[in-house]
Write a protein that binds this ligand. Structure first.
Ligand SMILES: CC(C)C(=O)C(=O)O
Length: 505
């Protein structure tokens, strides 16, 4: 079967930059354009609006110089205006070769914003197209507010398209400017234009106000649109544009008769770069590119995946340069832990696996985030704890740290069934804790080992919520030994380490 080719035009650097608070620098624009064209292989990139600013002019010039030396000039587009040639001069000076001319696609906009008749508008447009053509600039035409035009002034839209069909233009760009279309309207409107104007090239430009951007893109392609406008991470005016990652997945998975050039495995890399440059965080649940979307949290899902990948769909993370993860927390079952252990190349017997699972669930219950990187620390702590018989238990403690006063600790320790309470001060909270402990042991004419080294570490790659491990080296008259404590609070991890020491001596 010969497939129908659909062009993808990325407008992250133009409509995407209209996301509130976003402004790309010259080097951001150059780097993103290079990645979009060479890595992701989009067909065309809209990089700016003409006349916006001096900085924008420099950015467009820099991109055009790079495009010129790499044979990409026809892939770079700039939004321009019907403005007596001012945009044209701006584009000629910046080296632009393709303009996306902004015109009115609804009678409402034409009458109330431009205050012109269709005839006046068409004649000015014809003039821009001609002058641009003479200056070696190719024209695509945006019909702004086209979706409203199709609803409320269809005669005008058809009259306008009859005119455009006579003009030397390359593409007609159909924006759903206010994101108001339903999927069935999108299909009907584009089907109608497709059958009336078989020779015109139509691009569809969705906005996401009702969260229907991707659905509308799907219907537009089904109805015969030749191209789509998308943005990385769905950036764009108001609720944004149709997100590139979702649109690509939907086309590849649901429209086998259609072909696009894009390289799926580069999508995530480009998304992360745009997130960094734009400073707009990708929501964790954003399809394809969000942090959480390939993470199975429920134990039953991991169990099903272990048995026959029962919880997989066609959106395999590897397609997009990502990996499936199995979350660790209060809903993780043994299967989640096993999946993470496999990744780390570790194996535990059933009994130890149960203890580790129990520990992860307890941590999750305390609302602590447990990462795969934490797992070796938890395992070592759980296995280590098996070695100690808990004859001595630190039952409770209050630690204080206040300005102008020495840190203090009040502790209650149970030694072989007898509860002893005392308090002390120190140079820090843990020092105060150890001083209080020494008092307890002094009373019993016992000496605690000397603390000779104290080290704290967190799992590499963990976030600020990380578990930390305190490793203390102790010395008595005849031996040196190490204990470890694990907790998300550093002082508590040191106290846990000290409690192990109390059960060794
Ligand atoms: C500026 C125009 C072309 C636009 O982005 C829209 O109408 O959605």
């Amino acid at each position: 079967m010969t497939k129908r080719k659909i062009e993808i035009m990325d407008t992250t650097l133009r409509d995407g930059e209209q996301t509130s608070g976003v402004s790309f620098s010259i080097s951001d624009k150059l780097t993103i354009t290079q990645l979009l064209i060479e890595e992701l292989q989009v067909d065309r990139v809209e990089i700016a609006s003409a006349r916006v600013s001096e900085g924008e002019f420099e950015a467009v010039k820099a991109v055009m110089e790079w495009a010129e030396s790499n044979g990409y000039t026809e892939k770079i587009e700039v939004l321009s205006f019907v403005d007596n040639g001012v945009s044209i001069d701006w584009m000629v000076n910046a080296g632009v070769r393709v303009q996306n001319l902004l015109t009115k696609g609804s009678l409402n906009h034409l009458t109330y914003q431009l205050k012109k008749t269709p005839e006046q508008h068409f004649s000015e447009i014809a003039q821009v197209i001609k002058v641009s053509h003479d200056k070696n600039i190719e024209t695509n035409v945006y019909l702004e507010d086209w979706s409203n035009g199709m609803r409320s002034s269809r005669e005008y839209v058809l009259q306008y398209l009859d005119f455009l069909a006579t003009q030397p233009i390359k593409r007609v760009l159909l924006p759903d400017t206010l994101g108001i279309l339903t999927p069935s309207e999108t299909f009907d409107f584009i089907s109608l234009l497709r059958s009336k104007y078989p020779k015109l090239h139509f691009d569809f430009h969705a906005h996401n106000d009702y969260d229907l951007g991707t659905a509308n893109v799907l219907e537009a392609v089904k109805a015969g649109a030749n191209g789509l406008h998308l943005t990385v991470n769905g950036m764009g005016e108001r609720a944004g544009n149709a997100p590139l990652a979702s649109a690509v997945a939907v086309i590849n998975d649901f429209l086998p008769e259609v072909e696009i050039n894009l390289i799926e495995s580069s999508i995530y890399k480009v998304s992360k770069l745009v997130e960094t440059f734009s400073r707009v965080r990708i929501p964790a649940n954003k399809p394809i590119v969000g942090d959480n979307v390939f993470t199975q949290t429920a134990g039953i899902h991991a169990d099903g995946d272990n048995k026959k990948n029962l919880y997989f769909n066609d959106l395999l993370p590897e397609r997009f340069g990502r990996k499936r993860k199995y979350a660790l927390g209060k809903t993780s079952g043994k299967a989640n832990i096993e999946k993470n252990l496999q990744e780390l190349g570790l194996k535990l017997n059933d009994d130890d696996l149960k203890r580790v699972t129990q520990r992860v669930i307890e941590l999750g219950d305390k609302k602590e985030t447990v990462t795969q990187e934490d797992l070796p620390y938890i395992i070592s702590d759980v296995l280590d704890s098996k070695l100690y018989e808990e004859k001595v238990v630190v039952e409770s403690y209050v630690l204080t740290n206040s300005k102008g006063l020495r840190p203090s600790a009040t502790i209650s320790v149970c030694i072989e069934g007898k509860l002893i309470e005392t308090n002390a001060q120190g140079d820090g909270q843990f020092d105060a804790f150890m001083n209080a402990l020494s008092k307890v042991y002094d009373e019993k004419n016992l000496t605690l080992p000397k603390l000779i080294d104290y080290a704290v570490r967190i799992a590499p790659g963990s976030d600020s919520d990380a578990l930390c491990e305190t490793i203390i080296t102790w010395e008595t008259e005849n031996k040196t030994f190490i204990t470890r404590g694990l907790d998300s609070d550093q002082t508590v991890s040191a106290i846990k380490s000290a409690q192990k020491m109390l059960n060794i001596i």
